[in-house]
Design a binder for this molecule. Sequence first.
Ligand SMILES: [Zn+2]
Length: 164
Amino acid sequence: MNHLYAPWRREYVTNKKSGCVFCDIAKDESHDEQNYVLYRDDCCFVVMNKYPYTAGHIMVIPLEHIDNIEHMDEKAWIHISRIVKKCVAMLKKEFRADGVNLGMNLGKGAGAGIAEHVHYHIMPRWIGDTNFITTIADTRVFSSDFKKIYDRLRKDIKNYVTND
Ligand SMILES: [Zn+2]
């Protein structure tokens, strides 16, 4: 029952008043597996989105709690961009994605679920997957596939993302 581990659910349960779910994950390396963290370094981490719009929907998130990109440290921004680039390469190759959606929802007005801590969404896409997405978008269930995808990506990511 790992999925009952608090951080992600808390966001939906407590109206986000009691801290930041991404900071909780950032600071708690010992629960990386429970939190589905794929990679981390001293600047950012890569994590599976537990409410995925497609299988393999991942996020790249700075360790720093910051709600905008304008004031993000320049080196951190460049580093994160490089990690994103490598993750895109990974999803294209390992998931045979026909395309990738990449983006950030900056601020509540842009539809950010967790506006207080910026995060990059990376979603692999396949031609003809639209119906599939409609089907799963509101389902938000944990399937055994989610864990399988995590285990697989956690291995794969080492071949793509390095802290260099
Ligand atoms: Zn935060």
